[in-house]
Design a protein around this ligand. Structure first.
Ligand SMILES: Nc1ncnc2c1ncn2[C@@H]1O[C@H](COP(=O)(O)OP(=O)(O)OP(=O)(O)O)[C@@H](O)[C@H]1O
Ligand SMILES: [Mg+2]
Length: 631
């Protein structure tokens, strides 16, 4: 019954939000809370702002988009500041249609959906509350009731600009229902809802021959003409087109440029004058954010057509490129998988990252600065610190191209390839190599990839694999070394004893026989060689360590395994080199002996417990790294 209670609670809450009163009462409300009279663009901007804005390194990040859109901080800042913010301040951009332009499945629809869902919620908050003339199919702004000649005075008193004229329908209702008494007109609080067609509309073109302009602007209701006597009686008209329904909120124009021209002309006057023509009525005022989306090719074709000039100048284009950061791309895949039927499949660590590396490489442009190769650029973009590069270099790289990220591999393609790899493998576990193989095979079927691009893409697959090989080796090394922390410490102590004897020209005592022995040169060198200490440099290195030990001793601190980073690395690598044989065994036909088996099992357990593998993928990883080491 939990859920029934929740539903009840929700209904209760919705009830509490309701408000209805006369226009006179509404004006008192406006006086107290002027923001309830804001126009649609301003409401959208405030919704985004109210959700919270973080600023990091001069880059604004909007919490509003953060949950679903990753890695697009820069384009989103431009969108919010240059369009929404300016429009909110009643600047001219408010009169323009917002056009999101970007490559396929780059997040355009996601952004629009977030705005729509966001407005639905926002209209249920105090800050985002909206009111309308009661019973109006276009939820008309009550302030339209104020006659135009009094609006300057209204502004002086309330500080609010009123745009738009009372619609023919409400003009008539005012006369017939309220006997012309404006102050008696009933006003209600409304709540945006796409399902109920309040304040949110979506138009998508279908067959131009059968599609009717009524979808956009409503139509005559022939069944009521007899009742009202004439086609030009607004009560005989159904104001149920998308432009009507989206009034006060947002209207999404899908595939706008595929639309028949006659539909677009309505947008011309709506965007510029804030009104549109419906039926036989005077112009109808509307206040709504119109947002459309398109890809670059379609947009180019559109502006190359002279006929579209008028419309073109009423559009503000905002680029929505692909994300260019590997880590963010990985998150995009995680999100898409979580929301798909693959959510239960085990995806081995590095699988998505490797795919992301490939995708980002296809999207980046080759740096003009020749000292940076594409893989380095990719890492720098992702915030990795590379030796010899500063933050400023990254900025320079970004400035080289204005239109980066407008082509390349799209996230949906990657998800589709992962899905087909899962189907083929028939195991509920998938690793980086499975994904790379599937991405590669898919290139042949990808309709929009030219032969030239294909060549490049194959190189990127190889590059992604190289990155994966390194990561896989490191992962196994880490797991091995961890299981041998004890061995590492023993090896370290052993090394230090020898170094001490060497520097002090002492002998060591065999712990068992008590016999005196010289320092074990072979052991010391085998460790030092791991980090490239040459024969000539060995004395200096050993002395430095000894000095460090005595410095520690003076401070009463114990010099241990973690005290000298360079040395620790050497010990780990030496240990791993010794263990390589164990790894190799897993790939050879030889059966491991008992102690080797024990080691392998320990490492597998560690990979599973600490690194996110399952038994299938852990074994696959060990076998693969074994084969790499055998090369
Ligand atoms: N930068 C991003 N952050 C988060 N998710 C993203 C991003 N880019 C794409 N996606 C995801 O990719 C999928 C496709 O995105 P969406 O449908 O929004 O793209 P689109 O630009 O509208 O594509 P199309 O041109 O094909 O209509 C969605 O699941 C979306 O969440
Ligand atoms: Mg889309």
């Amino acid at each position: 019954m939990e859920i029934i209670n929740k539903i009840r609670e929700h209904q209760e809450k919705e009830k509490q939000l309701e408000w209805r009163g006369t226009f006179k009462e509404y004006l008192e409300l406006v006086k107290k809370h002027p923001h309830i009279a804001q126009h649609s663009h301003s409401r959208v901007y405030n919704m985004i702002k109210d959700a919270g804005v973080l600023e990091k390194d001069n880059q604004k990040m909007y919490r509003f988009f953060g949950e679903d859109i990753y890695g697009l901080e820069e384009p989103l800042e431009k969108l919010v500041e240059e369009y929404f913010h300016s429009a909110a301040r009643r600047l001219d951009v408010k009169k323009r249609i917002l056009m999101l332009m970007g490559p396929v499945s780059g997040g355009k629809s996601t952004i629009v959906t977030m705005l729509k869902r966001g407005l639905e919620e926002y209209s249920r908050t105090d800050a985002g509350a909206v009111y309308a003339i009661e019973g109006c199919p276009m939820q008309e702004d009550p302030l339209h009731l104020i006659p135009p000649h009094l609006r300057d005075e209204f502004y002086d008193e309330y500080g609010i600009h009123i745009e738009g004229r009372l619609s023919p329908l409400n003009m008539m209702r005012l006369e017939k229902e309220y006997g012309g008494n404006i102050e008696d007109v009933m006003v209600e609080r409304i709540f945006f809802s796409e399902d109920k067609r309040v304040g949110i509309g979506t138009f998508s073109p279908s067959d131009p021959k059968s599609q009717d302009i009524a979808d956009l602007t409503g139509s005559i209701d022939f069944s009521t003409i007899a009742e009202y006597g004439s086609e030009s009686d607004p009560r005989a008209y159904r104001f149920d087109g998308e432009l009507n329904k989206a009034n006060r909120g947002i209207m999404e124009f899908q595939e706008m440029l595929k639309c028949d021209e006659k539909f677009l002309w309505h947008l011309l006057s709506l965007s510029e004058e804030g009104n549109f023509k419906a039926g036989r009525f005077a112009l109808i005022s509307a206040d709504e954010l119109i947002v459309a989306h398109t890809n670059e090719a379609e947009y180019q074709a559109f502006i190359n057509n002279k006929k579209n000039e008028a419309l073109h100048s009423r559009i503000i284009v905002m680029n929505i490129p692909y994300n260019l950061k590997v880590s963010e791309e990985e998150r995009i895949y995680e999100k898409m998988i979580a929301g798909s039927d693959m959510a239960d499949v085990h995806i081995a660590p590095h699988a998505l990252r490797t795919a992301a590396i490939f995708s980002i490489l296809t999207r980046l442009k080759v740096p003009k600065n020749q000292t940076v190769d594409l893989v380095k650029k990719m890492k720098l973009y992702d915030g990795e610190e590379l030796e010899g590069f500063k933050d400023q270099d990254v900025e320079e790289l970004k400035k080289e191209y204005q239109d980066e990220g407008m082509d390349g591999i799209d996230p949906r393609y990657v998800i589709n390839r992962i899905s087909s790899a899962i189907i083929r493998k028939d195991v509920e576990s998938i690793n980086a190599l499975d994904v790379l193989r599937s991405l590669k095979e898919g290139l042949d079927q990808h309709a929009s990839i030219s032969d030239e691009d294909k060549e490049r893409y194959l190189d990127f697959i190889a590059a992604a694999r190289k990155e994966y090989d390194e990561a896989a080796k490191k992962e196994v090394q880490k797991a091995f070394v961890y299981s041998y922390e004890e061995s590492a410490k023993t090896l370290m102590d052993n090394y230090l004893d020898n170094v001490e004897a060497y520097c002090n020209k002492n002998k060591l005592k065999d712990p068992l026989t008590g016999e005196e022995m010289s320092p074990d040169e072979k052991l010391m060198r085998s460790i030092e060689e791991q980090i490239g200490i040459s024969e000539n440099a060995k004395r200096a290195f050993r002395e430095e360590i000894l000095i460090r030990i005595s410095a520690y001793a003076r401070k009463g601190k114990k010099f241990d395994y973690n005290s000298h980073e360079h040395l620790r690395e050497a010990i780990q690598q030496k240990l791993f080199a010794d263990l390589k044989d164990v790894v190799k065994i897993t790939t050879s036909t030889k059966t491991p002996d008992e102690s080797q088996l024990k080691k392998i099992n320990e490492v597998t357990a560690r990979l599973i417990d600490e690194h996110g593998y399952n038994s299938v993928s852990a074994n696959e990883l060990l076998r693969y790294v074994g084969s790499l080491l055998n090369r």
